[in-house]
Design a protein around this ligand. Structure first.
Ligand SMILES: NC(=O)c1ccc[n+]([C@@H]2O[C@H](COP(=O)([O-])OP(=O)(O)OC[C@H]3O[C@@H](n4cnc5c(N)ncnc54)[C@H](O)[C@@H]3O)[C@@H](O)[C@H]2O)c1
Length: 488
């Protein structure tokens, strides 16, 4: 905590943003001793200087990797910034125009920010909140022993911010930037702010969640050219306030709920980790097979229709068909023969089975005994039943004693549905070619095809009949009372 004996404090006058010069001069490349290589100068987009419209008063809580980069970059956009950290070495570094961390171009930007007089740092959070209108919170959220997210720094910071807000009369917006599990802001941080400030969120102060996407070593460039800017807000007033922060930054703002903003950061990072490890598993098999891994992946990456695209990434039903399960098993078998360990690829088919089990589990939670599957093939407009997850689900339902039916106009009546003659007979007996009969008889409909026949069933269902959607139907259907989404 702040030790008053160590003089990192600035006098109250020094703090006052009013005393800062407001005329902003963007740093020039020639101002820096180290020549830039890939750095795009601040506040330029496509070589056009963005006109600065206002200078905000910002406090930044936590001067680690995220906080110190934010200090430098928001100052470079013309804002007046005060950084806060209990670690005096970091506070002193910022106040002397030096970087507390190693990050390309940060030292130069912080020196410039220091010279402009628009950036200060302190260990006194209350003072910082007092003289700012917007607070960005970027304290650490490390792993706990059990892998969970340690919120202790964030909770402590929120209480300190709340106590400072208690003494403020003007409206203030707190923007959380630390990575946290979804619902943390709404269920833990806002209540802490409200209790310690004795004020009401939405009325006396605002809250947003704004995940940080910078990568260490390219953090400055990432700040000005972010992959996306995501803002989850408590209310409209908070978002309007927060949006002003990003006027000089490239790209549109994605406005969303606080929970989605919190979770997308985890999903991004998990995806990046999965990509790295997938590429490395491919590399290990390639090496053992004496195939050039980079040649393989270069070709893989050229496919922007199915590989590097949104295709196959939206939550839906399990995969199936003649290729995906077979070839995934094939590569696992190759790796086993080669003695290569590929745990991610090895578990893909298992994950797919869990997805069918999850669907089964959902049906079992409902008060239903007669279940119809609408679409038996692994996707619509094919008669290929090989490894269809819908057929697998039908078999599991039958095994568990449900009365089952299915409707699929692509499946000919003589097509075998199972190798076992008795199961084949039972499955064939479940065929129903009449939509009106199907709708009349059953308690629940598992919709696996987005087709007009599914629509007809949905439109004719009564409120007591359940719709189990595995393909993410329209938002109108999703709002009906008897609707159950598989994983949304
Ligand atoms: N490092 C990255 O590249 C990166 C990128 C995106 C998101 N994030 C997330 O951003 C958050 C911060 O990450 P980081 O790497 O900058 O952390 P860090 O550990 O480098 O810095 C955190 C700072 O917060 C300070 N702090 C702790 N309690 C405080 C308090 N009450 N008041 C003021 N300061 C306090 C610490 O002294 C420390 O300097 C984490 O949640 C992290 O997951 C990090």
């Amino acid at each position: 905590m702040f030790d008053p004996k160590l003089d990192v404090s600035i006098s109250e006058d020094d703090y006052s943003f009013e005393s800062y010069t407001t005329e902003y001069q963007p740093p020039q490349e020639s101002d820096y001793s180290t020549p830039y290589t890939s750095f795009t100068p601040p506040i330029t987009t496509n070589n056009k200087l963005i006109s600065k419209t206002e200078s905000l008063k910002i406090s930044i809580i936590g001067l680690g990797y995220v906080g110190s980069v934010s200090c430098a970059c928001f100052t470079s956009l013309g804002h007046q910034v005060i950084g806060v950290d209990p670690e005096l070495s970091k506070v002193n570094a910022i106040n002397e125009g030096h970087s507390p961390i190693v990050e390309p171009q940060l030292e130069e930007l912080l020196t410039e920010a220091h010279k402009s007089g628009k950036l200060k740092a302190t260990a006194d959070i209350e003072q910082a909140i007092h003289i700012s209108d917007i607070t960005l919170v970027s304290v650490g959220t490390p792993s706990k022993k059990d892998g969970g997210c340690d919120l202790s720094y964030l909770k402590a910071a929120s209480e300190q911010i709340g106590h400072a807000l208690a003494k403020k009369t003007s409206y203030h917006v707190v923007i959380f930037r630390s990575t946290v599990p979804p619902t943390t802001t709404n269920k833990i941080l806002i209540p802490l702010l409200e209790a310690s400030a004795n004020k009401i969120c939405g009325k006396d102060f605002g809250v947003c969640f704004n995940p940080e996407f910078l990568r260490e070593s390219t953090a400055i460039d990432d700040f000005y050219h972010p992959p996306k800017t995501v803002l989850g807000s408590y209310d409209n007033k908070s978002i309007e306030f927060a949006k002003r922060l990003y006027k000089g930054v490239e790209g549109d703002i994605i406005h969303t709920s606080i929970e989605a903003a919190e979770f997308v950061k985890y999903i991004d990072n998990t995806w990046h980790a999965l990509k790295v490890s997938f590429g490395n598993e491919v590399g290990r098999i390639c090496k053992a097979l004496e195939v050039d891994s980079h040649e393989v992946m270069d070709i893989f990456l050229q496919d922007t229709k199915l590989n590097i695209s949104p295709y196959y990434l939206k939550p839906g039903f399990a995969f199936g068909g003649s290729c995906l399960p077979k070839d995934t098993r094939g590569i696992v078998s190759m790796a086993k023969e080669l003695n290569v360990n590929i745990p991610i690829i090895e578990h893909i088919n298992q994950s797919n089975h869990f997805h069918i089990a999850h669907t089964m589990n959902m049906i079992e939670q409902l008060p239903v005994s007669k279940v119809a599957i609408v679409g038996l093939t692994f996707k619509a407009d094919t008669d290929d039943l090989r490894e269809s997850p819908s057929l697998e689900l039908l078999k599991q339902l039958l095994k568990k004693g449900y009365q089952v039916q299915f409707y699929d106009p692509c499946i000919a009546s003589d097509i075998p549905l199972d190798m076992d003659p008795e199961i084949n007979r039972q499955l064939n007996a479940a065929r129903c070619n009449s939509l009106s009969r199907l709708t009349k008889i059953n308690d629940a409909f598992v919709i696996t095809h987005k087709k007009s026949y599914s629509e007809k069933i949905i439109n004719n269902c009564s409120k007591d009949q359940h719709i189990i959607d595995v393909v993410h139907l329209t938002s109108t259907v999703r709002q009906s009372e008897n609707y159950h989404g598989l994983c949304w």
